[in-house]
Write a protein that binds this ligand. Structure first.
Ligand code: FES
Length: 107
């Protein structure tokens, strides 16, 4: 199964196996990671699943939709060029090894 490394706000790295087709948000929530809230459950209505996609993975991802782009304007932490909503990042085999960092706060 492809793996995702999540970097928690305290700098701790947690690597999880995430099935293809599953969102990075959903796997992080199930594992109880601290850096994510995902209050809306993946409906793109909260922006509390914000993450920073680490290089070189950003280029491997489909660009954000217009809705995601708009929702990214509501993130609580600093917006950066590599900001994405993890509920919109869907695992696939080519993303094996992707690393995302959670910001210091989500709300
Ligand atoms: Fe709410 Fe991603 S979980 S926008």
């Amino acid at each position: 199964m492809p793996r995702v490394t999540y970097i928690e706000p305290d700098g701790r790295a947690v690597t999880l196996e995430v099935a293809s087709g599953r969102s990075l948000m959903s796997a992080a929530m199930e594992a109880g990671l601290e850096g994510i809230e995902a209050q809306c459950g993946g409906n793109m209505a909260c922006a509390t699943c914000h993450c920073y996609v680490q290089p070189p993975w950003l280029e491997q991802l489909p660009p954000p939709t217009e809705d995601e782009r708009l929702m990214l304007q509501n993130v609580a932490a600093e917006w950066r060029k590599n900001s994405r909503l993890s509920c919109q990042l869907i695992m696939r085999p080519e993303l094996d090894g992707i690393t995302v960092q959670f910001p210091e706060r989500q709300s």
